[in-house]
Design a binder for this molecule. Structure first.
Ligand SMILES: [Zn+2]
Length: 135
């Protein structure tokens, strides 16, 4: 999927912004959204995700963890330079489902595992005990 360039989106937004004050609300809203979209295209690392964290914050958090999943130790396999060029980091922001607070950056498998265990350590301990019962 290709997106219009930031310049093109700014052009659309500016044309709409300079229209008369009688511009319908829907048009002004569309211009506002186009301007926001242009900003996001121009600042990919500063665009907040659905947890309110920017990619830059997620990248810093991942770097603080040694660019690896804190649970399984899997390498995120991306450098800062690659991430800054737009390459996605194969990781999920692990967050507390009740408070929304971001706890860390985990690989997709581990983050899903935590979610399936309903964020309850006791379920994960019982799962470990269950597995060890077959060794
Ligand atoms: Zn993991």
């Amino acid at each position: 999927m290709s997106y219009p360039s930031a310049r093109k989106l700014r052009s659309i937004a500016n044309r709409a912004a300079y229209a008369s004050a009688a511009t319908p609300v829907a048009t002004r809203r569309a211009a506002y959204l186009a301007k926001q979209a242009a900003w996001r295209v121009a600042h990919p690392l500063l665009t907040p995700d659905r947890h309110g964290q920017t990619r830059e914050q997620a990248l810093q958090r991942a770097e603080g963890q040694g660019m690896m999943c804190p649970i399984c130790g899997r390498d995120f396999e991306v450098t800062r330079a690659q991430a800054q060029q737009g390459r996605p980091v194969d990781r999920h922001q692990d967050h507390d489902r009740h408070t929304g607070r971001v706890r860390g950056v985990a690989c997709p498998n581990c983050n899903i595992m935590i979610g399936h265990a309903k964020d309850q350590p006791e379920i994960l301990r019982r799962a470990a005990d269950y597995l060890e019962g077959f060794e």
